[in-house]
Design a protein around this ligand. Structure first.
Ligand code: AHR
Length: 528
C-alpha cells in the first residue's frame, strides 16, 4: 500500500542562515472498497444510548417538569428532544446502571405530588423526587422516536417486582396492573423493545458470582414477560443478560455454556459487556479539557483495546453459539475522565472535546467490524454525564463533538458493511504508537455508498486516493469534523467550534480523491 513518507513544503530564505520551515506536512494513503462483498448489517442499535438516573443526566438534562420556564412538552425539554431526534437514537437504556439495581418502579408512577421521595444511594445519596418515572421515560422515548431498553432490578428487587413492572407496562388485557396504567394516563400497552436483566451483577448490581447470577437469570428470564400483543413472535422483546466488565472470560463461559442447553422456559437474546476508556486506570484522572498530546494519544490507544476485548468474548460465544444467535451488547462504553473541577464527583461531569469525537468514531468502527456478533451498543451517557451527546446548564444547551459524530454516522444505521482495505500507517506520540488512519465503508438500503475516514494524526493531512471497485459513482459529498486543537470543545457561549463542515472531494470513474485534515472524522456520501 502507498502510505508514503512525509512531504514537506519548505520556505527557503536567502539569508546566510537558511531556515527550513515545515508549513504543512501530508501523507498519502490508498484505500479500496470492495462493493461486491457485502458483510453483516451494521445494526442501528449499535448507535443506542444510556440515560441513567445519575447527576443531571435525567433531572435538568432531560426532565425539567411541566411548570419550568424552560420550553418543554409535559416536562421534557424541547431543545434536547429536537437535538436527539436528529440522531435517530434507536434505543435508550434506563434507569441504570448501578441506579437500576436500587430502583423500585412503583415509586415512579401515579400522581406526581404523591410519589415518595427516595434516596439515590448509587450516585451521591441524592434525594430523588421520582417525578421522572415509567410514564415520563416512555413519553421521552416517544418524543425522540426511539425504543425502550428497560433494565430491571435484580440486585435489590425480586422477580415478582420485575414481572409486575413488565405487566404494568405491556399488558393489553384488563388486568389490575394494566388498569392501573390506564388510570395513570396510558390505556394502550407500551412497547419495551429490550429488557436488561440486572446490571453489573458482579459489582454494584449485587456482588454476585457468575453461578449465583446465572441462577437469578434463569428465574428472571422465565417470569419477566412482555405481554404486548404487538411484541410477540418475530417482534419479541430481546432479553439481555449481564456480561463481563473486565477482559476475562469466566463470566461469559458460565452464561454461554448454560445457554447452549436452554429450553423454551428460559432464553436470552443478548449478553452485555461494559468497557470504559479510562486512560490512566481507576480512579479516572485524565482531564477532559486542557490536556496535552500524551493524554490525547494514550486515550486513543486505550480505547482501541475494545477490539481485543470483543474478540476475546466472541471466541467464547462462538464456541457455544456458532450461529451467533446471542448478540454481544456493549451497553456501557465511552470515555471516563476526571470530574470537572468544582462539580459533584458522583455526578460524573466531564467536558467533551475533539478527542472524544475521534474516540467515538474509533469505537463505532470497531463495533461495525464486529457487526455479525455485536448488534447493540449504548454510549455512556446521553446528557450531562460522562461522554455525553449534550450538555445543559439551566436553559442553555450545547451539542458536543461526540453528538456530531453520531449525527454524521446516521447513514450507517442498518447499512451493509463493506470491506475496506487500507494501510493505516502510524502516528507516534512519545512511546505511544497508534495507527494513523481508520476507515469504514457501507451501503445503505437505497444503494448509496458511505465511507468514513478517521485521521488520528494531530499534525498531518492525509491525501486519500480511494478506489471504489465495481461501481460507477455519479456524485460525491463529504463533511469533516475537526478543529484547531485536539482539546477543542463546544461551549454554551461558543457552540460552533467543533461542528461538521463540508469539504471538497473529487470522483473520476471509480477513483475518489480528497484530503482529510489532521485530527478529523470525515464521512463521504457516494451516489452511484
Ligand atoms: O455509567 C456510570 C456507571 O458505570 C453505571 O452506573 C455502572 O453500571 C457503571 O459502572
Amino acid at each position: 500500500m502507498k502510505v508514503g513518507g512525509a512531504r514537506f513544503v519548505f520556505c527557503l530564505s536567502l539569508l546566510p542562515l537558511i531556515f527550513l520551515l515545515p508549513v504543512m506536512a501530508s501523507d498519502h494513503a490508498h484505500l479500496s472498497v470492495d462493493v461486491s462483498r457485502g458483510g453483516a448489517k451494521i445494526d442501528r442499535n449499535l448507535f443506542g444510548q444510556f440515560a441513567e438516573n445519575l447527576g443531571h443526566g435525567l433531572y435538568e438534562g432531560i426532565w425539567v417538569g411541566a411548570d419550568s420556564s424552560i420550553p418543554n412538552t409535559r416536562g421534557i425539554r424541547n431543545d434536547v428532544v429536537t437535538a436527539l431526534r436528529a440522531l435517530r437514537v434507536p434505543n435508550v437504556r434506563w434507569p441504570g446502571g448501578c441506579f437500576g439495581d436500587e430502583y423500585h418502579w412503583r415509586n415512579g408512577i401515579g400522581p406526581a405530588g404523591q410519589r415518595p421521595a427516595t434516596i439515590n444511594a448509587a450516585w451521591g445519596d441524592v434525594v430523588d423526587t421520582n417525578s421522572f418515572g415509567t410514564h415520563e421515560f416512555m413519553d421521552f422515548i416517544e418524543q425522540i422516536g426511539s425504543h425502550a431498553y428497560v433494565s430491571v432490578n435484580v440486585g435489590s428487587g425480586t422477580p415478582r417486582e420485575a414481572a409486575d413492572w413488565l405487566e404494568y407496562m405491556t399488558a393489553a388485557q384488563p388486568t389490575a396492573l394494566a388498569k392501573e396504567r390506564a388510570a395513570n394516563g396510558h390505556p394502550a400497552p407500551y412497547d419495551v423493545g429490550f429488557l436488561g436483566i440486572g446490571n453489573e451483577s458482579w459489582g454494584c448490581g449485587g456482588n454476585m458470582s457468575a453461578d449465583y447470577y446465572l441462577s437469578q437469570l434463569k428465574i428472571y428470564s422465565h417470569f419477566v414477560r412482555n405481554d404486548n400483543p404487538g411484541q410477540q413472535g418475530a417482534n419479541h422483546m430481546l432479553k439481555i443478560a449481564v456480561g463481563p466488565g473486565v477482559p476475562r472470560t469466566e463470566w461469559t463461559e458460565t452464561i454461554m455454556k448454560e445457554w447452549q442447553g436452554h429450553d423454551w422456559s428460559r432464553n436470552i437474546d443478548g449478553l452485555s459487556l461494559h468497557w470504559y476508556t479510562v486512560p490512566k486506570g481507576w480512579p479516572p484522572s485524565t482531564p477532559s479539557t486542557g490536556f496535552g498530546m500524551e493524554d490525547y494519544a494514550r486515550s486513543l490507544k486505550s480505547t482501541l483495546f475494545m477490539d481485543e476485548f470483543l474478540r476475546q468474548q466472541e471466541t467464547v460465544m462462538d464456541k457455544y453459539d456458532p450461529q451467533k444467535k446471542v448478540a454481544l451488547v456493549v451497553d456501557e462504553w465511552g470515555a471516563w475522565y476526571a470530574p470537572l473541577p468544582g462539580t459533584n464527583p458522583h455526578f460524573l461531569v466531564q467536558q467533551n472535546s475533539l478527542r472524544d469525537a475521534l474516540l467515538a468514531s474509533l469505537n463505532l468502527n470497531i463495533f461495525a467490524r464486529h457487526a455479525d456478533r455485536v448488534r447493540m451498543a449504548n454510549i455512556a451517557q446521553m446528557v450531562n454525564v460522562l461522554q455525553s451527546m449534550i450538555l445543559t446548564d439551566k436553559e442553555k444547551m450545547v451539542l458536543t463533538p461526540t453528538y456530531y459524530v453520531y449525527k454524521m454516522y446516521v447513514p450507517f444505521q442498518d447499512a451493509t458493511f463493506l470491506p475496506v482495505a487500507f494501510d493505516a500507517g502510524t502516528y507516534q506520540q512519545g512511546t505511544v504508537n497508534l495507527p494513523r488512519l481508520d476507515a469504514l465503508a457501507a451501503r445503505d438500503s437505497s444503494g448509496k455508498l458511505w465511507l468514513e475516514i478517521t485521521n488520528l494524526d494531530p499534525e498531518k493531512l492525509v491525501d486519500i486516493d480511494a478506489e471504489i471497485s465495481g461501481e460507477k459513482i455519479r456524485s460525491v459529498k463529504a463533511e469533516t469534523l475537526t478543529a484547531s486543537a485536539v482539546d477543542s470543545v463546544n461551549t454554551f457561549s461558543v457552540p460552533g467550534t467543533v461542528v461538521p463542515r463540508p469539504i471538497s472531494a473529487k470522483i473520476e470513474g471509480a477513483r475518489l480523491a480528497l484530503t482529510v485534515a489532521p485530527k478529523s472524522v470525515t464521512v463521504i456520501a457516494l451516489e452511484p
